[in-house]
Design a protein around this ligand. Structure first.
Ligand SMILES: NC(=O)c1ccc[n+]([C@@H]2O[C@H](COP(=O)([O-])OP(=O)(O)OC[C@H]3O[C@@H](n4cnc5c(N)ncnc54)[C@H](OP(=O)(O)O)[C@@H]3O)[C@@H](O)[C@H]2O)c1
Length: 458
């Protein structure tokens, strides 16, 4: 509101005409009442901020809290850059100005200036408690408005599915009723708030998994998902987001939004496992399990870094695709339940330097068998369950490092983006669904038929 007082000279403020601004929005004629120094008699108005500013808070059905914009006459003296384009339209029209704000047209001539948040809604896909794919629905939610200090407004265009999103959607991880789903997001910066220097309008960006973890080692607040979009806080299955600028990084140049969205969770996890935690070196050997998003990203990173890769799958058709992506050896883990021994054979009895362990209790024993003495197992996933036995003695004898991890920090994401641009890696997207078919996308993910990532685009 400070901006309002500064940018609108008081002496020029005049009340709007009856019918120009109503209780149901600026295009209705219902209740533009006394707009001088008397509070508006607007249904649901919660506050009246300034006698001359006339900015009540708006409550109207799906729009739970939005500041009403108000229009003034006689603003011809405002600098031209603040004026919306093409204003000569019908009185009552809303126009998007090139300043990124919305304006109300009075009298078919110049007469408006943004002083509050846009009174519009947007679509979001939420899950109702207690969760379940049949509890996923699309809703209208308030438009998040314009960015404040240190924030950016992003027009979101894509997300990608992760096992974690599926757990939230199905209620396996309980979330608040009406939680907006999805951790991954990519889109274009629409507006930047004061103090933001890292991004410009038009930049393509990708969200981070832990908005509170910018750099350095993990700390207590990233030991769970309370700060993670689509779980502890609202996610990105919606059209616009206004968040701290540090909740995003630049996306790789030339990538589609769907491709960029794969970075947030699956891509960064694979990067951290192999590079930050694993210290991967050219010539090292890597074992990746299955053909999900994390494992395929790890395969691509490992190959780009000059490592050899052994990959597993339950499907011979997928094994052929793994070969095409550069896997040096492949194993069907269904046909060879003792695949750990096969890995030893393929590595001359040595075992691999790194294991991308996404299976959890059902696969860990084989992974421990497959790792070399002094090797590294990145404990990433729980595809086979949440707990189970660990062959402790063999792990000890292998003197292997079993490193648990959850995704990574913003700095690592920035490093990963640079590496992606440099190496030319492009993510493998099996299939893309529109936002309104998110539940079907989860059903497809559950079927296990995918290879790599499943995208959502809008
Ligand atoms: N810690 C983290 O930061 C982090 C980040 C991302 C994901 N994760 C976890 O990592 C796991 C994988 O995630 P994702 O998003 O890549 O999942 P996803 O894309 O849904 O991967 C599913 C694939 O995993 C493979 N798979 C299933 N059971 C398997 C088994 N017993 N052995 C080997 N492969 C098996 C299957 O490949 P085939 O069809 O080829 O058999 C399946 O298609 C999940 O548990 C997820 O929660 C953890």
């Amino acid at each position: 509101m400070g901006r309002l007082k500064k940018s609108i000279p008081r002496k020029r403020q005049k009340p709007c005409l009856s019918g120009e601004f109503g209780a149901d929005g600026p295009t209705t004629a219902a209740s533009c009442r006394s707009l001088g120094s008397v509070p508006l008699a607007v249904r649901g108005a919660r506050s009246y901020i300034s006698p001359l500013g006339e900015v009540p808070e708006w409550s109207n059905g799906a729009v739970s809290k939005t500041v009403v914009r108000f229009a003034y006459r006689g603003f011809e003296s405002l600098p031209l850059r603040q004026l919306p384009q093409g204003l000569r339209t019908r009185a009552g029209d809303l126009r998007h100005g090139h300043d990124g704000l919305e304006h109300l047209v009075l009298d078919g001539t110049l007469a408006s200036h943004e002083i509050g948040r846009a009174m519009t809604t947007q679509k979001a896909v939420v899950v109702r408690a207690p969760g379940g794919l049949d509890k996923i629905e699309m809703r209208d939610i308030p438009d998040p408005g314009q960015p404040g200090q240190g924030q950016i407004r992003v027009a979101l265009h894509a997300s990608s599915l992760n096992f974690h999103d599926l757990l939230v959607a199905k209620g396996g991880i309980p979330a608040d009723d009406g939680r907006i789903l999805m951790a991954d997001a990519a889109g274009t910066v629409e507006a930047v708030g004061d103090g933001v220097t890292e991004f410009e309008v038009g930049d393509n960006v990708v969200s981070t998994f832990f908005p509170q973890w910018l750099d350095g080692r993990p700390f207590n607040k990233v030991g769970d998902f309370r700060g993670t979009p689509g779980d502890g806080i609202d996610g990105y299955a919606t059209t616009h987001a206004v968040r701290s600028a540090t909740d995003f990084t630049l996306a790789p140049r030339g990538w589609t939004h769907a491709e960029a969205a794969t970075i947030t969770t699956a891509g960064l996890t694979a990067w951290r496992a192999l590079i930050t935690d694993g210290g991967l070196k050219a010539g090292a050997s890597v074992l990746v399990l299955g053909t999900g998003g994390v494992s395929i990203a790890a395969l691509q990173i490992a190959k780009a870094m000059g490592a050899s890769v052994i990959a597993t799958s339950s499907s011979n058709e997928k094994l052929a695709r793994l070969r095409e992506l550069g896997a040096d050896h492949v194993i069907n883990y269904r046909e060879s339940p003792e695949w750990g021994r096969e890995v030893l054979t393929l590595t001359g009895g040595q075992g691999v330097d790194h294991v991308i362990e996404v299976g959890g209790p059902g696969t860990l024993a084989q992974s421990i068998k497959a790792v070399r003495v002094g090797g590294h197992i990145a404990l990433i996933g729980i595809l086979t369950g949440r707990q189970g036995e660990v062959p402790t003695m063999i792990l000890m004898a292998k003197q292997a490092r079993l490193q648990g991890l959850i995704v990574g920090n913003r700095r690592e994401q920035q490093d990963y983006v640079v590496a992606l641009e440099q190496t030319g890696i492009r993510p493998i997207i099996d299939r893309s669904f529109p936002l309104e078919e998110l539940a079907d996308a989860f059903r497809f993910q559950e079927s296990g038929g995918h290879f790599g990532k499943i995208a959502i685009e809008w």
